[in-house]
Design a protein around this ligand. Structure first.
Ligand code: PMP
Ligand code: GLN
Length: 391
C-alpha cells in the first residue's frame, strides 16, 4: 500500500536538514534561501497583520492577490486569465500540485514526468492511484566536459499513450537547473494534444534564470486550453516559509482544482497573500535583482566544486548544482551524502532521491549529488573550504 511505497517516510530534504542541524554541517541540501526577502514585501506582511487581515480569506484567494497574479501573467508572458475564475491561490506550489493531481487523475490514469523529478510528483501520483511514466532527462558530460542534460524526442513521445491523462512539466527543473528547450516543450504540447492529455507545469523557478528569460509552456500554440500553470512566491521572493502559491488555468480546470483545495486547507494565509500581491507588483528589475545575486553564488559554488575535483553542471536556472563524485574515488553518492555531514561538515542530497527507487536511470545517476547555492556567501565558502580540506 501507500505506506510501504515509502510515502510515509520523512522526505530526503527533511532528513538531510535534520542531519545538518545535528552535526553543524553547512547545509547545501534542502533548497531554501538563508537571505532576506525584499524589504517591501516583508514590510507588507507586517502591515497586513496590523491592518487586520487575520481571518479566513476567500477560498480562491484574496482578490488583490488574484488580480496581481493575473496582471503578472499578462505583463510578463502575454497570458490573459480572469482573476475571478481562472486564478486560484494555494498553500505553496506544493498544495497547488496536490490539489491538481488529486482533482484530475483517476485510478489507473497515466501521468508522465521527466526523471529525475521533484519528489512530490511521484508521491501525488501514488496518492491518486495513477501510474507514473517517466522520460529520462539524461545527465552526462558534454563537449566542454561539464555535465549537460538532454531529452531524447523519441523517448519523450513513446512515454505517451491512450491512457495518458497528464504530463507534469518542470522547467526550470529541480534538481538539475535545466531549462527545457523549446523543441522539447513543443513535442510535449503535440503529444498532449494527440492524446487529449492535460499539461501541468511547475514554474516555481520562473524568475531565477541565469540565461534567456523563462518561456511558459502555456504560451505555446495549442497549449493554453489544456494547461494548468503553477508557481509560487517562495523562490521568487526568497520566502519559502510563507507558503503562498497559485494556479492559473481555464475556468473548468480551476473549478475542479478549487473543489479539491477546499478539502485540503480550505484557505491560505491571509497576511502573506497581501504581501505577495505587493511583491508581484514590484518593478521587473527588483525581481531580476534576486536572480543576479544568485548567479554570483552559483558561480562561486561551481568554481569551488571544480577545484575540489567534482565534475559539475552549470545550471541555467534555479537553486542547485549537480556534481559527479566519481572522480573523487567515491562513486556512490548516497553513501557519500550519508558520511559528508560528519566527515566533511557539509550536507548535500544524492540525486537518486529524484528517481524511482531501483530504476535503471537511478542506477545511472548513482554518483551524482545536488548542492544548493541559495545560501549566503559565508555558508557556501565554509562548505567549499571544508570540502577542500576533506577531499
Ligand atoms: N516544485 C518544485 C520544482 C520545487 O522545487 C518546490 C520546492 N522548492 C516546490 C514545487 C514547492 O513549492 P512551495 O514551497 O511553493 O510549496
Ligand atoms: N523544494 C526544496 C528542495 O528541492 C525542498 C522542499 C521540501 O522540503 N519539500 O530542496
Amino acid at each position: 500500500g501507500l505506506l510501504t511505497d515509502g510515502i510515509a517516510r520523512p522526505t530526503v530534504f527533511a532528513r538531510i536538514s535534520a542531519r545538518a542541524a545535528q552535526t553543524g554541517a553547512a547545509n547545501l541540501g534542502q533548497g531554501f534561501p538563508d537571505t532576506d526577502p525584499p524589504h517591501k514585501a516583508a514590510a507588507a506582511a507586517i502591515a497586513a497583520i496590523r491592518a487586520g487581515h487575520n481571518q479566513y480569506p476567500p477560498g480562491a484567494g484574496e482578490p488583490v492577490l488574484r488580480e496581481a497574479i493575473a496582471l503578472h501573467q499578462q505583463r510578463r508572458y502575454g497570458l490573459d486569465w480572469d482573476p475571478a475564475g481562472e486564478v486560484l491561490v494555494t498553500t505553496g506550489a506544493t498544495e497547488a500540485l496536490a490539489a491538481t493531481v488529486l482533482a484530475l487523475v483517476e485510478p489507473g490514469d497515466e501521468v508522465v514526468t521527466l526523471e529525475p523529478f521533484y519528489d512530490q510528483y511521484a508521491a501525488l501520483i501514488a496518492l491518486a492511484g495513477g501510474v507514473h511514466r517517466t522520460v529520462p532527462l539524461r545527465i552526462a558530460p558534454g563537449a566542454d566536459g561539464d555535465l549537460a542534460t538532454t531529452v531524447d524526442a523519441a523517448e519523450l513521445r513513446s512515454a505517451f499513450g491512450p491512457r495518458t491523462r497528464m504530463v507534469i512539466v518542470n522547467s526550470p527543473h529541480n534538481p538539475t537547473g535545466a531549462v527545457l528547450d523549446r523543441e522539447v516543450l513543443v513535442a510535449i504540447v503535440e503529444e498532449a494534444v494527440r492524446h487529449d492529455a492535460l499539461i501541468v507545469t511547475d514554474e516555481v523557478y520562473e524568475h531565477l534564470t541565469y540565461g534567456p528569460a523563462h518561456v511558459p509552456i502555456a504560451t505555446l500554440p495549442g497549449a493554453r486550453e489544456r494547461t494548468v500553470s503553477i508557481s509560487s512566491a517562495g523562490k521568487t521572493f526568497s520566502v519559502t516559509g510563507w507558503k503562498i502559491g497559485w494556479v492559473t488555468a481555464p475556468s473548468p480546470l480551476v473549478t475542479a482544482i478549487t473543489g479539491t483545495k477546499q478539502w485540503l486547507t480550505y484557505t491560505s494565509g491571509a497576511p502573506f497573500q497581501h504581501a505577495v500581491a505587493v511583491g508581484l507588483r514590484m518593478p521587473d528589475e527588483a525581481i531580476a535583482g534576486i536572480a543576479d545575486d544568485l548567479r554570483e553564488r552559483r558561480d562561486l559554488l561551481v568554481a569551488g566544486l571544480r577545484s575540489v575535483g567534482f565534475t559539475v553542471g552549470v545550471p541555467e536556472a534555479g537553486y542547485f548544482v549537480v556534481a559527479d563524485t566519481a572522480g573523487l574515488g567515491e562513486p556512490d553518492a548516497e553513501a557519500l551524502c550519508e558520511r559528508l555531514p560528519t566527515e566533511a561538515g557539509v550536507a548535500a542530497i544524492p540525486l537518486t532521491a529524484f528517481y524511482r527507487p531501483g530504476s535503471a536511470e537511478s542506477a545511472a545517476a548513482g554518483s551524482l549529488l545536488r548542492l544548493a547555492f541559495c545560501k549566503d556567501r559565508p555558508t557556501i565558502e565554509l562548505a567549499l573550504e571544508r570540502l577542500a580540506g576533506w577531499s
